[in-house]
Design a protein around this ligand. Structure first.
Ligand code: CTP
Length: 437
C-alpha cells in the first residue's frame, strides 16, 4: 500500500534550501532534464528520513526511474561538475557541486550468495525501495515534478519513524547483507531508533547461522570502523553488539567487560576534550586496543587478518597494548623524570593519549596532563647547525647532543639560555671518552 503525505510548508522549504546549498539551480535543472528525458526523479533514503526526524535533510540521493546515467549526464551539462559513472550499478556521482550528488537508476537486486555483492537490473521505484535495508530508509519524494512535494510512503516509514522502529522489509534481509545489522546498530544511536523485536531476532539468528562468515574482510572492516564513529557512541554500540551475540563476528573469544566499556567511555570523553591535533582521530584506534587487550597475540593476529588491516595498521594494532602498557609502567615509576615521560608519550596517537587520561591510575593521568599542558611544547632553540659551526663534525653525535639537551630542558635542569653551553659540554665529554677508549 502506498500513501502520499504532503510535506508541510516548513519541510518543503527545508528541502528546497538544502537543494540550493548543493546548487542554486539544482531543482530547476532536475525538472528541466527529467522532463526532457521523460524520466521520474526522486529523493530517496537518508534525505527524506532525516527531514522527518531532524528537519535537516542530509544527502540528497536521487533515484531515477529511467536511465540514471543519462539523467546525471544531462545535469552535469547544465550545472557543470565532474561526472563519475559506475555503469555496472547504473549509478553516477556528480562532483564539484556542494559535497557532490549521487544519482542512481531505480533497480532490483538479487544476491547470488549471502554476503556477496548484488546482481543489479533496472527496475521500478517500488522495486528499488523493496531492496533496501530498513523501512525508515524507503521514504521517497518525487522532486522532478516540482512542488507541491509529497512523501511517498510504501512501507509504513512515517509510522516507524514516529514510533522509533527499525524494521526490515523481508525476513532474508540480514542474510542477503549482514552489514545491515551493523548499520542498524549505527542508526540506533545516531537516529535514536531501535531494531524492532523481529529485526533483533533475525539479527541474532543470522549471526548464529554464520552469515558474517561470507562477508569479505574489507566490507566487515568498513562497517566495524563506521560503527566505532563517532567514538562517543562506541560504548553503547558495543553493548548492543554484545547483547545481540555479535562480538564473535570479530573473534570467537572476544568478550565485552564492564570495566573495558567504562574505560572506552571515559577515554572517548577525554579525546573530545583534547586540544585539536593535526592527526585524524579514528574510533577503532581507541576501542580495539582495549577490547583486544585480553586476547593473546594469536587472537589479535586473527582479528587483524579478518579485518584485512593494512600492514601498517596491523602492526600498530598488534603492538598497541604493549605500547600502552610500557607507557603506563614508566608513568607509574616513582622516580620518573619528565624526559622519561616525554619519551614514551610523544610517539603516541591522540586516541592512545586519551586512554592514558582515562585510566584509573592517578600518576598516569597526572603525568599525561602535565605532558599535554607543558612538556609537549618544549622546543629547543638550539640547532644542529650551531654545533657544527662551533667546530663539531656533522653525524649522529650531533643528534645525540640535541636529544640530551632537550631532555635537560624537559627536566628543568637547564634553561633555554644554557642550551648551547650544555650541548657543547656534552659533545666535548663524548669526544674525551672517545679519545680515552
Ligand atoms: N542500503 C541498503 N543496504 C546496505 C547499504 C545501504 O539497503 N548495506 C540502502 C539504504 O536503504 C540506504 C541507501 O541504500 O538508505 C543509501 O545508503 P547510505 O547512503 O549508506 O545510507 P543512508 O541511509 O543515506 O545513511 P547515511 O545518512 O549514513 O548516509
Amino acid at each position: 500500500m502506498r500513501r502520499s503525505i504532503p510535506l508541510s510548508a516548513h519541510q518543503a522549504q527545508l528541502l528546497e534550501d538544502r537543494a540550493r546549498q548543493v546548487d542554486r539551480d539544482l531543482l530547476e535543472s532536475i525538472r528541466e532534464v527529467s522532463q526532457r528525458l521523460g524520466c521520474s526523479v526522486y529523493v530517496v533514503g537518508g534525505g527524506p528520513r532525516d527531514l522527518v526526524l531532524t528537519g535537516q535533510p542530509g544527502d540528497l540521493d536521487l533515484v531515477v526511474v529511467g536511465d540514471g546515467e543519462e539523467f546525471a549526464g544531462g545535469l552535469a551539462e547544465r550545472l557543470g561538475g565532474k561526472l563519475r559513472r559506475h555503469t555496472r550499478f547504473g549509478t553516477a556521482r556528480l562532483e564539484g557541486l556542494g559535497e557532490g550528488l549521487d544519482v542512481a537508476t531505480a533497480r532490483t537486486e538479487t544476491y547470488d550468495s549471502p554476503g556477496a555483492l548484488p546482481r543489479v537490473e533496472p527496475g521500478s521505484l517500488s522495486e528499488d525501495l523493496q531492496r533496501r535495508d530498513f523501512t525508515v530508509n524507503t521514504l521517497a519524494i518525487e522532486i522532478g515534478q516540482g512542488p507541491p512535494y509529497e512523501f511517498l510512503d510504501s512501507h509504513g516509514s512515517l509510522e516507524d519513524l514516529e514510533e522509533g522502529h527499525l524494521r526490515v522489509l523481508h525476513d532474508g534481509s540480514f542474510t542477503d547483507d549482514p552489514t545491515r545489522i551493523l548499520r542498524g546498530l549505527r542508526f540506533e544511536t545516531r537516529l535514536r531508533l531501535r531494531l524492532d523485536d523481529a529485526a533483533e531476532r533475525q539479527a541474532r539468528a543470522a549471526a548464529a547461522d554464520g552469515v558474517f562468515g561470507a562477508l569479505s574482510g574489507d566490507r566487515l572492516r568498513r562497517e566495524v570502523f563506521r560503527l566505532l564513529e563517532p567514538v562517543g557512541s562506541a560504548e553503547s554500540r558495543l553493548r548492543r553488539l554484545d547483547e545481540l551475540g555479535l562480538m564473535a563476528v570479530l573473534h570467537p573469544d572476544l568478550r565485552v567487560f564492564r570495566e573495558d566499556l567504562a574505560w572506552i567511555r571515559e577515554a572517548a570523553q577525554a579525546l573530545e576534550a583534547l586540544p585539536e591535533d593535526t592527526q585524524e582521530v579514528e574510533g577503532w584506534r581507541l576501542v580495539l586496543p582495549v577490547l583486544l587487550g585480553r586476547l593473546d597475540r594469536a587472537g589479535r593476529e586473527a582479528i587483524a587478518a579478518r579485518l584485512e588491516l593494512r600492514p601498517e595498521d596491523r602492526d600498530w594494532l598488534l603492538d598497541s597494548r604493549e605500547t600502552l602498557d610500557r607507557a603506563i609502567e614508566v608513568l607509574m615509576r616513582p622516580g620518573a623524570l619528565p624526559h622519561d615521560v616525554d619519551r614514551v608519550v610523544r610517539p603516541l596517537r591522540p586516541e592512545e593519549i586519551a586512554l592514558l587520561l582515562a585510566i584509573d591510575k592517578p600518576p598516569v593521568v597526572q603525568w599525561t596532563h602535565r605532558w599535554l599542558d607543558a612538556l609537549r611544547a618544549v622546543r629547543l632553540s638550539l640547532t644542529g647547525q650551531e654545533l657544527i659551526e662551533a667546530g663539531f663534525a656533522s653525524g649522529p653525535s650531533i643528534g645525540r647532543a640535541l636529544e640530551a639537551t632537550r631532555e635537560a630542558r624537559l627536566d628543568g635542569s637547564i634553561g633555554v639560555e644554557d642550551e648551547l653551553r650544555f650541548a657543547l659540554e656534552f659533545l666535548k665529554s663524548g669526544s674525551l671518552e672517545g679519545a680515552k677508549a
